[in-house]
Design a binder for this molecule. Sequence first.
Ligand SMILES: Nc1ncnc2c1ncn2[C@@H]1O[C@H](COP(=O)(O)OP(=O)(O)OP(=O)(O)O)[C@@H](O)[C@H]1O
Length: 268
Amino acid sequence: MKTGGSGDVIPSEDAAHLLQVEEVSVSFGGIRAVSQVSFDLDQGCCGLIGPNGAGKTTLLDTLAGIHTPREGRIRLDGHDLTGQSSTWRAQHGIRRTFQRHQAFGWLTVEENLLVALEWRGRTRRILADLVATPSTRRRRRAHAGRIEHVLELCGLLQVRHQRAATLPIGQVRLMEFARAIVDEPRLLLLDEPTSGLGPEDTERLGSVVREITATGTCAAVLVEHDLDFVMDVCDRMIVLVLGEVLAAGDPAEVCRDPEVISAYIGVA
Ligand SMILES: Nc1ncnc2c1ncn2[C@@H]1O[C@H](COP(=O)(O)OP(=O)(O)OP(=O)(O)O)[C@@H](O)[C@H]1O
């Protein structure tokens, strides 16, 4: 991992996990939203489930650098990134998707992906560059293969030239997912990605999440209320209740746990 301009990264002495969450607690005033949560992730997709107010989004936001933990540490590839900004984390391969979409509506689907691909490591001129100068055209050609592949993977080839604002919500969500994976992140943080998707798009999204997290180069943490989707794409599951880990492990086993059934599945 490279250090960012402002970043002092501290290597862990332990064998590095891709993601290591160590006794992380997050509070808002007197509310302890996340309490002493620890887990590792090396590959695959880890589902984060639990009732409303359990602390799932807070934990995801903390991994993304939106909140700072009151206690604990977060490491990526062994490097401590607890105090790093969300921009720094994004530049080092962490991508977070949001429940509310954040597409550039006036750009086409393909341009949205190009912006995402070019953003990494750069902070200026990207939108301005979309007016095609010769250097922009050269860069577009260099990125064309990757964009083509991701458009195909996400079922967006046919709408590649449509403006994002004109797409139905299901395709906007798939495009947002495509933007998150186009520059091959190390860690994806997915916040209720099936929200607003119909069964066909949900199935496609599930197969893309499975495919990209099966390569071993990208892992994902998924917050999702659709338990069928979690069971379909996750090889691991963590159940949070009132900010604490109630159960963790193989999804099928976790779902059979009587405490999990009583605290969440019975009411989900
Ligand atoms: N910005 C904030 N300021 C104050 N309290 C907050 C803030 N964000 C979350 N909380 C509180 O922290 C706790 C955990 O909330 P969080 O949104 O993380 O839960 P969640 O499991 O994602 O819930 P849901 O499934 O409803 O989205 C809740 O009590 C919530 O009210």
